[in-house]
Design a protein around this ligand. Sequence first.
Ligand SMILES: NC(=O)c1ccc[n+]([C@@H]2O[C@H](COP(=O)([O-])OP(=O)(O)OC[C@H]3O[C@@H](n4cnc5c(N)ncnc54)[C@H](OP(=O)(O)O)[C@@H]3O)[C@@H](O)[C@H]2O)c1
Length: 266
Amino acid sequence: MTRIAGSRVLITGASRGIGRDLARGFAAAGAEVALVARGADALEAVAHEVGGRAYPTDLADRDALRGLLARVEADAGPVDVLVNNAADECVGAFTAMDADTLEFMVRLNALAAAELTRQALPGMLDRGRGHVVNVSSFAGIVVPPMLATYAATKAFLSHHSVNLQYELRNQPVHVTRVEIGEVRDTGLMEKGRTEPRLAAMFERMYRTRFSRLISPDEITRATLAAVEADAWSVRLPRRLSPASLLADAPRRLAWVFGPDLAPPRR
Ligand SMILES: NC(=O)c1ccc[n+]([C@@H]2O[C@H](COP(=O)([O-])OP(=O)(O)OC[C@H]3O[C@@H](n4cnc5c(N)ncnc54)[C@H](OP(=O)(O)O)[C@@H]3O)[C@@H](O)[C@H]2O)c1
């Protein structure tokens, strides 16, 4: 079980949207929070509000990302919970995307999350406790049009999470994957809504009750509960869960046929 009270939690993308709500939630639950985003002023304001520390960083910058966890730990102490939340999206046809945007998206959404996890896991394993939370999306499962690259990076994060859950199954370190639909009061919702056909697609999903708009505080409550319970997944809204479970079935197939491939407890 991962105890949040008294733990140190590093949250990326914590200056607004879901990340800011997670920072408030973890801090209110008694964690010491270390926060990452690019814009220093907004990040400092959140850090000040929740009594945490701010580490302004561009996660898409290779040099800034290298050694980031060590710099945070040298300043604040060991990180018990890493929350990979920062991401961006680019709405439109893939053929209209330029090379720099493509690279930025993959660097931020996929590479930075995997790299920070790579930096965090050895220390967590040595200390015999730790938790990684990957904020993914139902876009990684249902493949919404106009979001090809964003959706692919989220599929990477979900796939990677399940693989790490297998690899760490004998260790006291846990991975929770958060798969969510559209979220009110967030930057990515606003961006998605700039494309009227995408907005219309979401409205159709809500009218038919296939999905519903969720709020950041629902995600925070569910994520905190999942971390405390060492649960593998948060899926919101719940009515989209069957899609996630269907996508998970082949992902977990190797667990059945290769039950002994996970490294033994260190
Ligand atoms: N909102 C939704 O409807 C929705 C749905 C499904 C999944 N999600 C997932 O939820 C997470 C948060 O989304 P959100 O809508 O809350 O985002 P948001 O409101 O746009 O906030 C994004 C956060 O990430 C930071 N960020 C952006 N680029 C960065 C970079 N290069 N380096 C470091 N930090 C960076 C931003 O601060 P700076 O700009 O100052 O760097 C900000 O703190 C994402 O992983 C997203 O994929 C969101």
